[in-house]
Design a protein around this ligand. Structure first.
Ligand code: GLU
Length: 474
């Protein structure tokens, strides 16, 4: 069987390989989403690998934050998390292979020596790069100093090009003269990113490497290592960066960029997924879609080649659309689970999912939705301004008339609307003149959905109690 036919029949395997040096941010989540979606769409497998060899910057808490964020977004993995620090002996084994085949060598140059080398190169107007001083052909007369722990360097080819057909960016060609002999193993025995990633992507049988395009410069180095080891290359797809609205690379400076922040602010995971999917990829004019639709439509051909701009307003809008489409019972469960730290007796108010049906088209987050729902369960609080403006003594007779008219009716929206109409006619009022005081007395708010719908939901007993309480203060 040829290598090509083996590839054609092999299962698609992608991975997400975060470095646990902070929370999972929007950019990382989108990279993970595309890699995950590519595997899921093709019935393949998705692997989670934690690149934790930078011991100074990696932390347990970051690992947990990444796992939590992925779980919340529903980006499930088939294997992992695999930790690079558990695989150190494997990197050393492959390092030996490279040494034995003449593709790697130990370099005893000290950091001070290398800094000096770069300064001199800069002075001479050449690009600073390792000059190959410990390459075997240059180091025949050098004696390895005993007090220096060496690093292992890759002997990069001196000539020729490295080219690959990037699944997002098309053909990319880099000349080997641009690349220097980079470090494979640090003095402490840990692999550098460019080495660990090749060993892992090969050992884990990954067919597609989908990652951020901040790694485009690393890919030719990695391809050279693949070749030196005789490994088959995976396909590479580099996804453009996400920028802030000022065109700079997205960072904390641009506000909230952590996935968990959006969970805490009442975003639905499917809405964040939808927004991230659209951020740099499109399917015609479709803006709002479900997870299943996305998986059906996703392809790398429609990933933009240029960077995307993060737009918090559009993310909120997307969330609002998803809330509007979401099942009322599901939303009720989410609101009940997180009522903004308040003790609420849910039985003491209108039916929650009916209320949500009425209120959800105004909400752009679950927290918004919870706020508007809770008005119906808490004691009503009316601001002094609103009281002075809308609850004037001259409206009292109309409110009493309306309250009395409610007593005997069959409880339903048309009947309530009928009572409102009767009071309006009787007192020659316009709708807002009666509706505003009613809104305030029932919810403490001036903006609510249709007042007859609100009254119906609040229920006769609670409604009358609130009206009586309000009226006694007029
Ligand atoms: N650990 C690298 C990062 O977080 C992974 C790059 C890759 O996917 O190869 O950027």
């Amino acid at each position: 069987m040829t290598a090509l036919s083996a590839r054609l029949i092999s299962m698609i395997r992608t991975r997400f390989a975060p470095s646990p040096t902070g929370y999972l941010h929007i950019g990382g989540a989108r990279t993970a989403l595309y890699a995950w979606a590519y595997a899921r769409k093709h019935g393949g497998q998705f692997i989670l690998r934690v690149e934790d060899t930078d011991q100074e910057r990696s932390s347990e808490a970051s690992v947990q934050a990444i796992l939590d964020s992925m779980t919340w977004l529903g980006l499930d993995w088939d294997e992992g998390p695999i930790f690079q620090m558990d695989r150190l002996s494997r990197y050393r084994e492959i390092a030996e292979v490279l040494v034995d085949s003449g593709n790697a060598y130990w370099c005893y140059a000290t950091p001070e020596e290398l800094t000096k080398m770069r300064e001199e190169q800069r002075k001479m107007g050449v690009k600073p790069r390792y000059d190959g001083r410990w390459r075997p052909e240059n180091a025949a007369d050098l004696v390895p100093p005993e007090d220096v722990t060496p690093v292992l360097r890759f002997k990069n080819p001196d000539s020729g090009d490295v080219a690959w057909d990037d699944l997002v960016k098309g053909v990319i060609t880099v000349s080997n003269t641009e690349l220097d002999d980079f470090v494979l193993l640090r003095g402490d025995g840990t692999p550098t990113y460019n080495f660990g990633v090749v060993v892992d992507d090969h050992d884990m049988n990954l067919t597609h490497v989908i990652r951020g395009d901040d790694h485009v410069n690393n890919t030719p180095r990695q391809i050279n290592v693949y070749r030196a080891l005789g490994y088959e290359l995976p396909a590479f797809g580099h996804v453009p960066m996400i920028l802030g609205d000022d065109g700079e690379r997205l960072s904390k400076r641009h506000g909230a960029v952590s996935v968990m922040h959006y969970r805490d602010q009442g975003f639905l995971p499917d809405a964040v997924l939808n927004y991230l999917a659209r951020l740099g990829w499109s399917h015609g004019d479709d803006e709002i879609f479900s997870r299943d639709q996305f998986l059906e439509w996703f392809d790398l051909e429609h990933v933009n080649r240029s960077p995307a701009k993060f737009d918090a307003t559009k993310l909120s809008w997307t969330n609002g659309e998803h809330i509007n489409l979401a099942d009322d019972e599901l939303l009720a469960d989410l609101v009940r689970a997180n009522p903004g730290g308040q003790d609420i007796i849910w039985e003491d108010g209108p039916n929650l999912s009916d209320l949500i049906k009425l209120l959800k088209d105004r909400a752009t987050s679950l927290n918004d939705l919870a706020d508007s729902v809770l008005m119906f369960f808490r004691e009503v609080q009316i601001s002094q301004d609103d009281r002075l403006k809308f609850l004037t003594p001259d409206i009292k007779p109309a409110l009493i008339h309306f309250t009395e008219s409610l007593q005997g009716i069959e409880w339903g929206r048309p009947e309530i609307a009928g009572c409102i109409k009767m009071s309006l006619t009787e007192f020659q009022l316009k709708m807002p003149q009666l509706a505003m005081p009613l809104r305030l007395l029932l919810t403490g708010q001036t903006q609510t959905p249709a007042i007859d719908a609100i009254i119906e939901l609040v229920g006769r007993d609670r409604m009358l109690a609130r009206l009586h309480a309000g009226l006694s203060e007029l």
